[in-house]
Design a protein around this ligand. Structure first.
Ligand SMILES: C[S@@+](CC[C@H](N)C(=O)[O-])C[C@H]1O[C@@H](n2cnc3c(N)ncnc32)[C@H](O)[C@@H]1O
Length: 203
């Protein structure tokens, strides 16, 4: 990725004309990986999970949550145009806006939340990739921020193109790869390249 991917100005310019785009994988295919964890949460805890969708961009992942009845979804991005696009996509799909939207920097989330207000599930699709263009410190900042917002028994599910995305020091999470999504080959003989879906649990 070019270094500009960590800069808000890059995304501002891009979202001035882009209204919907999916990075790495379709929302439906990412959702098929997330869904068993949502169901498990619904079985073990009372009520709908509180979901934080970080770096929502112009993806329709939030609509996949709503389609399945998950409405306690907060969509966050540091670029206000992304937040506007997210609202538009929900309005177009459902005729109203019921999810939450928040302009916020994923590396500096100020989550002074009480225990029962913390998120049960944080998801991001390629947001760590963009943040990582700012270096390891930026990704560590995001990891600390997510940890502060996440309930102790919560989980973070993250999709990245990198097989070593969370190889950073003092990560406050245990990490495992729960799925690999093959990318589309341009030619038949091209090697198979994967995107990696990580499950992170607080240590
Ligand atoms: C690669 S795009 C992914 C967008 C979307 N998740 C998708 O899958 O199509 C990265 C997104 O993260 C957002 N982003 C980058 N750095 C961020 C940060 N520090 N805080 C919040 N959002 C950030 C960008 O504005 C952009 O929407």
């Amino acid at each position: 990725m070019p270094a500009d991917f960590e800069k808000q100005s890059y995304w501002h310019e891009r979202f001035s004309s882009e209204t919907c785009f999916e990075w790495l994988a379709s929302s439906e295919s990412f959702m098929s990986i997330i869904e068993p964890y949502l169901s498990r949460h619904s079985l073990t805890c009372q009520g709908s999970p509180r979901i934080l969708h970080l770096g929502s961009g112009t993806s329709d992942l939030h609509n996949c949550f709503r389609l399945r009845g998950y409405l306690d979804v907060t969509n966050a991005d540091y670029e206000p145009l992304a937040i506007e696009r997210g609202r538009q996509l929900e309005q177009e799909a459902f005729g109203d806006v019921r999810m939450k939207y928040m302009v916020a920097d994923a590396t500096q989330l100020s989550c002074n939340l009480s225990h029962d207000q913390k998120f049960d599930i944080v998801v991001d699709k390629s947001t760590t990739d963009a943040v990582s263009c700012g270096g390891t410190t930026a990704l560590s900042g995001m990891a600390s921020s997510v940890r502060q917002c996440l309930a102790d028994n919560g989980i973070w599910i993250s999709l990245s193109y990198s097989s070593a995305r969370f190889d950073i020091e003092q990560l406050p999470f245990d990490v495992e790869v729960i799925a690999r999504i093959p990318t589309l080959k341009l030619k038949e003989n091209d090697p198979v390249i994967y995107n990696y879906c990580y499950l992170l649990r607080p240590k």
